[in-house]
Design a protein around this ligand. Structure first.
Ligand code: PBG
Length: 325
């Protein structure tokens, strides 16, 4: 291959040629739409830093799910915004909690839509941490595992298909697997937030859930953005504990990690394109600084090209609309 005999531009000469040599294609099949569910009547409350995304009350959640299903998106992931928070995040594993009610509503209306639930107590604790906190402010690992197991089990009992622990405690995948298996839920899958970084890009999500930590940050449990090999160790641990699906989070600033995990392990791989990634593109689009739709598709394509089979994204509905036409 050498110029002038070889000319790379020949393979870009027309739309049909480009179509023939295209290596990656996005499809609604790979999209997962995050939904925020809250109490109240007929609530559909737009999230300030995530325009076009809403906190939706339980009574409106089935309608939202039907819209997602009508766009040929196979799955949603649910986040709960409880009425009351407490020290142990007890609403997280209350069988009649806000997420549990939403699961039942969605499964009633859309039995085939895959319902994934985020398993983590930070949206439910007064201090906003992902683990139980002792009187010195330390985040306790092992006592948290019990709560995560209880939370996952109550989600499974409500009808969730996949539970997704996002807390980054050590040993959580094994603890959740045992809680599920010991109680007759061998068929419920676990999507592990295996490599989850302590990231500034979660900002808008924490506004949506009012879940910013009341003191300190999450760096004693979420990963240091400077580390890559550590992600492989985290993933390996979760595989030993029988995770079914791996996840890297965030996505765009961690495309290298997605690629590394994809090449070293052969489990289905998801990437979470988080709230801050959405907000950047959306804000630039609204300012007229970027072509929002093109930037959205290009960003999603990069995540897929890096190796993600599934993408959790707040753009899921808008991307599906474009991909379906
Ligand atoms: C923890 C959780 C978070 C996100 C998903 N699960 C917040 C955090 O770790 O602070 C963030 C998702 C996003 O930013 O879109 N329950």
């Amino acid at each position: 291959m050498k110029f002038p005999q070889y000319r790379a531009r020949r393979m870009r000469a027309s739309a049909n040629i480009r179509r023939m040599v295209r290596e990656h294609r996005l499809s609604p099949d790979m999209l997962i739409y995050p939904m925020f569910v809250t109490w109240g009547k007929n609530v559909k409350d737009e999230i300030g830093s995530m325009p076009g995304n809403f906190r939706v009350s339980v009574d409106n959640i089935a309608a939202e799910a039907k819209e997602v299903e009508s766009l040929d998106i196979p799955a949603v992931i649910l986040f709960g915004i409880p009425e009351k928070k407490d020290e142990n995040g007890s609403e997280a594993y209350n069988p009649d909690g806000v997420v549990h009610r939403a699961i039942r509503e969605i499964k009633n209306a859309c039995p085939d839509l895959v319902v994934i639930t985020d398993v983590c107590i930070d949206e439910y604790t007064t201090d906003g941490h992902c683990g139980v906190v002792d009187d010195k402010g330390a985040i306790l690992n092992d006592p948290t595992l019990e709560l995560l197991g209880a939370m996952a089990l109550t989600h499974a009992r409500a009808g969730a298909d996949i539970v997704a622990p996002s807390d980054m405690m050590d040993g959580r995948i094994g603890a959740v697997r045992i809680a599920l298996d010991d109680n007759g839920h061998k068929d419920i899958s676990i999507m592990s937030y295996a490599a989850k970084y302590s990231s500034a890009f979660y900002g808008p999500f924490r506004e949506a859930c009012d879940s910013a930590p009341a003191f300190g940050d999450r760096s004693t449990y979420q990963m240091d953005p400077a580390n890559a090999n550590e992600a492989l160790r985290e993933v390996a641990l979760d595989i030993v504990e029988d995770a079914d699906i791996l996840m890297v989070k965030p996505a765009l600033p961690y495309l290298d990690i997605i690629r590394m995990v994809k090449s070293q392990f052969n489990l289905p791989l998801a990437a979470y394109s988080v709230s801050g990634e959405f907000a950047m593109i959306e804000a630039a689009g609204r300012n007229g600084w970027l072509d929002r739709d093109r930037a959205m598709i290009e960003a999603l394509l990069s995540i897929h090209r890096a190796g993600a089979n599934m993408i959790l994204t707040y753009f899921a509905k808008d991307a599906a609309k474009i991909l379906n036409t």
